[in-house]
Design a protein around this ligand. Structure first.
Ligand SMILES: Cc1ncc(COP(=O)(O)O)c(C=O)c1O
Length: 411
């Protein structure tokens, strides 16, 4: 029997009309005219809203949804997001400024990240943003800064849990980690802290990211509630909020399917009934790419086509410097293709050609699509990389080799 190559999950989030991909109701040619650019990221607001709606329909209403700005800090997108989610998580002073300027209530903004500098701690303390402290020294620094400035820091402890996120995905908890304070150390310290010196908001239990296995997420939630109960029991003051982590992934590669949230939601409902103490705190799930990854495309133009020893190369005006994650150099072990299409030839009626699409950088790493079957590509066509709404421009080495930076649009 011939083994069928796995195919990408169908990219059904955008409309296609007359062979043309539409993002926010516009063809790529129209977007190019609006922007005056022939290489860009375009984000579709409706796709974000539908991801938020999916979350809300499956996850118990009591659990709040926060957006992790690091996934896509494009200010118009963050501004739009303000009305659709319940809070923001920021990872730097710059992200904090973006979040503050949207008008999101300050109590709903949290600042997490290892190795925070004194200036960042001071900024969070002065702004009144909740600081997710990731070490014991960070807590004393926040207290010292607060004492000097006459401000009580708002503190949540980021916990490095003893359990791990099972299955694939990026693990950020369990074992030795640079993130958070190990749960066993924190459990020892909690009873004896001076709670007059800071305003305890709660705990941040973050264990990983980009997981497509509902069972693994359910397992992590079970462990998170059990740990939260131990933390609450060890804390002599009231715990206002518990961040239950995130981890919901999106399908990037052939063979992957979209995550179904129904079982995860049902399990969370059961946990809320089982852990009544925990359910009294404000509970938060914090997501980045699940909310925005599917809304974005990266579009570049095919500017030359050449053949080398029988293999066809599409040369484009886009590349790794704009989209590092698509090149396989942002957390992947082996490069795999993102879903890619010719954006002005979307129907099945075209002949397919096996090609490799590359960018202008003098490195074989600069590959946008490797040996993919695309619809009869010619010079002037649009090469579109899907699933590009998260970890795009700001996660890419835009200055590498001095080519122009990429521009973005929210439609
Ligand atoms: C603390 C924290 N929150 C949220 C995220 C966002 O992850 P994702 O975009 O996969 O949802 C990350 C990812 O690194 C993280 O470290």
């Amino acid at each position: 029997m011939v083994k069928q190559a796995p195919i990408h999950a169908p990219m059904t989030q955008f409309d296609v009309v007359n062979d043309q991909l539409l993002v926010g109701g516009k063809t790529l040619d129209q977007i190019a005219s609006i922007m005056g650019k022939e290489v860009f990221y375009a984000y579709d607001q409706q796709v974000i809203r539908s991801q938020v709606a999916q979350f809300k329909s499956a996850i118990p209403e009591q659990i709040k949804l926060h957006y992790a700005i690091k996934a896509n800090p494009y200010p118009p997108l963050v501004q739009a997001m303000k009305d659709w989610v319940d809070g923001f998580d920021v990872a730097s002073q710059k992200e904090m400024l973006i979040a503050l300027q949207t008008g999101m209530p300050i109590k709903d903004i949290s600042f997490a990240g290892p190795s925070k500098q004194l200036s960042e701690i001071e900024a969070a303390v002065v702004a009144g943003v909740t600081l997710h402290v990731e070490s014991e020294l960070e807590l004393s620094r926040a207290i010292d800064i607060g004492t000097r400035l006459g401000e009580k820091p708002k503190i949540a402890f980021r916990v490095n849990p003893a359990f791990e996120l099972k299955a694939s995905g990026m693990k950020m908890g369990g074992g030795p980690k640079q993130f958070g304070i190990d749960e066993e150390i924190l459990l020892e310290r909690l009873p004896e802290l001076n709670y007059n010196a800071f305003d305890l908001r709660g705990f941040h239990i973050f264990w990983g990211s980009q997981n497509l296995k509902a069972d693994a997420i359910i397992d992590a939630h079970n462990n998170t509630f059990a740990l939260a109960q131990k933390l609450v029991d060890a804390t002599p003051v009231s715990v206002e909020t518990i961040n239950l982590g995130g981890g919901f992934g999106i399908p990037y590669f052939a063979g992957e399917q979209r995550l179904s949230l129904n079982d995860i939601g049902e399990n969370l409902q059961g946990l809320l009934s089982q852990y009544r103490d925990i359910a009294k705190s404000e509970l938060v799930i914090e997501l980045g790419r699940y909310l925005v990854g599917e809304c974005g495309i990266y579009a570049s133009k095919i500017t030359d086509i050449k053949t080398s020893r029988g293999h066809t190369y599409l040369m484009t005006n886009g590349g790794l410097h704009h989209h590092l994650s698509n090149s396989g150099n942002f957390g992947q072990v082996i490069r795999k293709n993102y879903p890619v299409a010719i954006g002005n030839k979307m129907s099945d009626s075209h002949e397919k050609q096996k090609v490799t699409a590359v960018g202008p950088l003098c490195t074989p790493l600069d590959t946008l699509a490797d040996k993919m079957e695309l619809n009869n590509p010619v010079i002037g066509d649009w090469l579109v990389v899907f699933q590009s709404g998260a970890y795009g421009p700001t996660a890419s080495p835009q200055d590498f080799l001095g080519h122009p930076h990429v521009t973005e649009i929210l439609l």
